[in-house]
Design a protein around this ligand. Structure first.
Ligand code: 3HC
Ligand code: NAI
Length: 607
């Protein structure tokens, strides 16, 4: 029998109130109504002295039910329920395990106390959905923890660990054992000791350092790049500090509703669900992934090194094979460089960095690949080279090992057909830099076995990527989208713009980098090889811009050769290059085009 949305069990004067809405206990109407009813009954029942609030299924609450956002509101609202908890005269202890996110954390803030399991994550991720907290998060959190800590959580959207939450005073107690028991014990203590003043009756806590707080806000504004919610988060925290709790609560709700009804939030909510719905494929449904402990990588260039590092960062063993000692040593350095960079950014502890290095084997022959469960080929984008390495693989790999190609454009069915067992060949198309980019295209080859495909999905999950299945075709999905983008950008180059102008406009729009910077990062040779392949079949009446070809022809292949669209020899970030400007202008002249001036249109920021 399905568990009730809200169940109450009372023992020794303490009620345990359990919310159940699998899989993540999102706060839909049934939960809100049931909880409001439970709070009222517990307040009125003289035999109950306190309560523990918990989520069913091993996790607390992942927030408001995002699916309800487009529907007419139904009472009680989430803010109403949080206010009821905050105003309760008996102790309420939130027993937090798994996640307490968004409205889930606001519920916990409504409680008089919070106990968390060591592995729990607590956060206000609304900003990622184009929102700010809308049930008191921006009012209650700064009344519990210092404003700078609250702002970091509200505007950053990233959850904190239970230990960090305890450190800042968000959690009263960590419970290494049974979190519900620990919460119950705290509730009994609170019955005897009395409860602290409700957060709605307190004043906000100022930042620890006023100057640093201003710098923090400036940093958030800079990073927001056109996204409204981080700016709204700053404003909400400022109001929380300046206004009394009632007024701050009211204005928070108004700001939340405005954002909820905005195009940005609708788009980001769409993305949230889209990202979760894409990683499905009927052909792999129900198949059990094969073993996935050690990954083989063929080729340690831009992509191979990135794929190897991504795998090591997620605790997998990696064997990488290069064609000679010199290339092997370069690959080794590239991978360690990425690990060091991750450690430098605090993403990897010193111990984990050492473990990752120890899990790496670099070789110049294929024999060590016999220990690998999945072998990803990332050698040059050339059909003959790819077929040759797959033939060598056939000879050494275990019969159950899955083979994957990272090709950008080549026909993986043709590659698969050249192997002894095409059913074990799939495509795994990573994006550069492979240890950073979230997208992974899983290329569904004609003969791929369901469990080989399931293994591809399993790797994507392990690497925390969004795995999107695509069929074999020229450029799959991402690169086909990118090709249209680049075509327009190339037309603009010939018509009057410069790469740095287009890139600046794209960054201002919110892209992390511009199209030409990105091309330099990925390497210009891949696209060049594709254009050469397509040359014979290209419609001669179609406008074709040759500037990128001219750049590649003299060996400027992007960052890896020190020059591409930009010059990286003096400035690591890349400097605009007069040579490129002259080339572009010469190409316009050659085609008889009068160059015009393009203005970056920023009018979109107002909407
Ligand atoms: N509302 C509705 N559905 C949700 C949901 C939510 N808040 N959170 C997750 N789901 C659904 C997912 O769509 C998915 O559904 P599917 O199985 O049909 O695809 C299912 O729950 C499982 O989610 P994931 O695949 O993401 O599971 P993971 O285990 O990888 O991650 C999670 C779990 C960390 C909870 C992640 O789902 C997540 O980050 N959820 C969103 C949290 C969030 O943004 N909360 C704030 C909501 S807004 C809010 O609370 C406003 C308030 O301030 C008023
Ligand atoms: P790269 O030129 O940086 O690296 C290729 C590496 O393969 C070189 O280090 C080379 O020494 C090695 N190699 C060549 N033949 C080999 C062999 N027989 N055995 C072992 N190693 C060998 O190329 P990059 O950019 O890493 O691309 C590799 C593959 O990934 C290509 O198929 C490309 O289309 C694809 N790809 C590239 C992306 C990018 O942004 N650069 C993105 C997604 C896919």
């Amino acid at each position: 029998m399905a568990q009730a949305a809200v169940s109450v069990r009372t023992e020794g004067g303490i009620a345990t109130v359990t919310l159940s809405n699998p899989p993540v206990n999102a706060l839909n109407h049934a939960i809100r109504a049931g909880l409001a009813d439970a709070i009222a009954r517990i307040e009125a029942d003289p035999a109950i002295h306190g309560a523990v609030l918990c989520g069913a299924g091993g996790s607390f609450i992942a927030g408001a039910d995002i699916r309800e956002f487009g529907q007419p509101p139904k009472d009680p609202s989430l803010p109403d329920v949080v206010r009821m908890l905050d105003a309760a005269t008996k102790p309420w202890v939130a027993a937090i395990e798994g996640v307490a996110l968004g409205g889930g954390l606001e519920m916990a803030l409504g409680c008089s106390h919070r106990v968390a399991a060591p592995g729990a994550k607590l956060g206000l991720p609304e900003v990622n959905l184009g929102l700010i907290p809308g049930a008191g998060g921006t009012v209650l959190l700064p009344r519990l923890v210092a404003a700078d800590k609250a702002l970091a959580m509200i505007a950053g959207g990233r959850p904190v660990s239970a230990a960090d939450a305890a450190g800042m005073g968000l959690v009263d107690r960590l419970a290494p054992g049974h979190v519900h028991e620990a919460a119950r014990a705290l509730a009994l203590e609170a019955v005897a000791a009395g409860i602290p003043a409700p957060l709605m009756k307190r004043t906000a806590r100022p930042p620890e350092n006023a100057e640093a707080f201003e710098a923090q806000k400036a940093g958030i504004r800079k990073k927001a790049r056109g996204q409204a919610s981080p700016i709204a988060a700053i404003e909400a925290v400022e109001r929380s500090l300046a206004l009394d709790a009632e007024d701050a609560f009211h204005t928070e709700r108004e700001a939340f509703v405005t954002l909820r009804d905005s195009a940005q939030s609708a788009a980001l909510r769409h993305v949230f669900f889209a990202e979760r719905s894409v990683s499905r494929l009927d052909r792999a449904e129900g198949a059990t992934p094969r073993r996935l402990d050690r990954i083989g990588v063929l080729g340690g260039g831009t992509m191979g090194a990135g794929i190897a590092a991504a795998s090591l960062l997620c605790g997998l063993g990696v064997t990488i094979v290069e064609r000679d000692d010199k290339q092997a040593s370069l690959a080794h350095d590239r991978i360690l460089g990425i690990l060091d960079d991750s450690a430098g950014r605090g993403l990897l502890s010193a111990d984990a960095r050492q473990d990752a290095e120890a899990a790496l084997t670099v070789a110049t022959d294929f024999a060590p690949l016999s220990a690998c469960d999945l072998i990803i080929e990332a050698v040059f984008e050339d059909m003959d080279v790819k077929k040759a390495v797959f033939a060598e693989l056939d000879a050494v790999a275990r019969p159950d090992a899955v083979f994957a190609s990272n090709t950008s454009y080549l026909d993986i069915d043709e590659i698969a057909a050249s192997t002894n067992d095409p059913s074990r060949v799939i495509g795994l198309h990573f994006f550069s830099p492979a240890h950073v980019m979230k997208l992974l295209e899983l290329i569904v080859t004609r003969d791929a076995a369901p469990d080989a495909l399931a293994t591809g999905f399993a790797l994507g999950k392990r690497l925390r990527k969004i795995t999107v299945p695509a069929h074999v075709c020229d450029g799959f999905i991402g690169n086909r989208i990118m090709a249209r983008y680049r075509r327009e950008a190339d037309y603009m180059l010939e018509d009057g713009a410069l790469p740095q102008e287009i890139d600046a406009a794209m960054r201002d729009f919110g892209c992390p980098m511009g199209a030409f910077q990105m091309a330099d990062l990925a390497g210009l040779d891949i696209g060049w090889a594709m254009r050469k392949r397509q040359a014979a079949t290209r419609d001669p009446s179609e406008r074709y811009v040759e500037i990128a070809d001219r750049i590649c022809e003299i060996g400027r292949l992007g960052r890896k050769t020190g020059r591409g669209w930009y010059d990286y020899t003096q400035d690591k970030a890349g400097a605009p290059d007069p040579w490129v400007t002259a080339l572009i202008e010469a190409e316009s002249t050659r085609k008889g085009i009068t160059r015009q001036r393009f203005e970056a249109d920023r009018s979109w920021t107002a909407s």
